[in-house]
Write a protein that binds this ligand. Structure first.
Ligand code: DAH
Length: 338
């Protein structure tokens, strides 16, 4: 009996010093395990005189129960402590100062192209992709610019070989589409064009977006309505447009289109060079000859067309004077339009 009391006391004292789950597991093996001290006491019962066995057995069992309960209690406590410790030591400091990873952005030119495309697609236009390497026929002749026509001088063209060139205008897309698709049709043709020009507002490679609508009873009023809607969408609801007479071989009549300055509202400022107006595109009614060249009867169908410079609109919107900024890919510049 003395023995059991002593063992219980020792066990509980030892338990009080245990600090980790590992130590506790070792302790349980040493005391309650298969050859642990209490288990051995149980095994020793057989040497106790039979009349004392029930009493001694009960005492040993009471010790076993007491020690087991104490172990369970401590186990729970240590486990909770271990979790709390892990939570603290594994915590990530989200406030720490780290170098910021920079995020990419859509190039301003592509932002403008996408916005314009969204507008026209929303108004029922299809997007047509036309080749950059083009024949003289599609780039000029079919557009009513014969081989020796002075209008060729308006576009200093890169010729690759006889009759093959880098397209100088997306207007070539008009002809290619009209040859394939019967009217009514509405399309835009955005893409790169090439000319032997190089100064602060001209680059040998630049971007245009051609527009074409062919249907019965199309008039200059329809053109004006279409361009007014577009101008308001891009430059704001207050925007007005005006037509000035002009000349393009592929349209008759032809117009140059200005929008009221989005910056000063028409009063005159640096953006509009104090005129109150900004020239943004060329347009007109599709010349009968062009329709005929594409196998469309001009007495049955009429069309309007327009061509705008994406680089120019981007430059106006970004407020930059040098077209090279669109090419240099200086991230400091591009970041400004994120
Ligand atoms: N292709 C002309 C150019 O590059 C722009 C243009 C003017 C396109 C009038 C048109 C148009 O479709 O009708 O200068």
């Amino acid at each position: 009996m003395e023995n059991t009391e002593k063992i219980k006391e020792e066990a509980l004292n030892k338990l009080a010093t245990i600090k980790t789950e590992r130590e506790l597991a070792d302790f349980k093996t040493a005391v309650l395990g298969r050859s642990g001290t209490i288990t051995m006491l149980m095994k020793g019962l057989k040497d106790v005189p039979p009349e004392d066995r029930p009493r001694v057995g009960k005492e040993i069992n009471d010790v076993r129960v007491a020690v087991t309960e104490a172990c369970d209690g401590l186990e729970k406590k240590l486990h909770r402590q271990a979790i709390e410790h892990a939570l603290i030591s594994d915590a990530i400091d989200v406030t720490i100062d780290k170098p910021v990873r920079s995020v990419g952005a859509v190039h301003p030119l592509n932002q403008v192209r996408k916005r314009l495309t969204d507008y026209f697609v929303g108004n029922g236009y299809i997007v047509y992709d036309s080749p950059e390497i083009e024949t003289d026929y599609y780039n000029f002749q079919a557009l009513n610019i014969p081989l020796d026509h002075p209008a060729r001088d308006m576009q200093d063209t890169f010729f690759i070989e006889d009759g093959i060139l880098l397209r100088s205008q997306t207007s070539s897309g008009q002809v290619r589409l009209m040859e394939k698709v019967k009217p009514p049709l509405k399309m835009i043709c955005p893409g790169r064009v090439f000319r032997n020009d190089d100064d602060s507002t001209h680059s040998p490679v630049f971007h245009q977006m051609e527009g074409l609508v062919v249907d019965k009873n199309v008039t200059l009023c329809d053109l004006k309505g279409a361009l007014e809607g577009f101008a308001k969408f891009i430059f704001g609801d207050q925007t007005k447009i005006r037509f000035r007479p002009s000349y393009f071989p592929f349209t008759e009549p032809s117009v140059e289109v200005d929008v009221s300055c989005f910056k000063c509202g028409g009063k005159g400022c640096r953006v509009c060079k104090n005129t109150g107006w900004i020239e943004i595109l060329g347009a007109g009614m599709v010349n009968r000859k062009v329709l005929e060249n594409c196998g469309i009867d001009p007495d049955e169908y009429q069309g309007f067309a327009f061509g705008l410079g994406l680089d120019r609109i981007t430059m106006i919107q970004c407020g930059i004077d040098d077209i090279k900024m669109l090419w240099e890919n200086d991230v400091r510049f591009l970041r400004m339009f994120r």
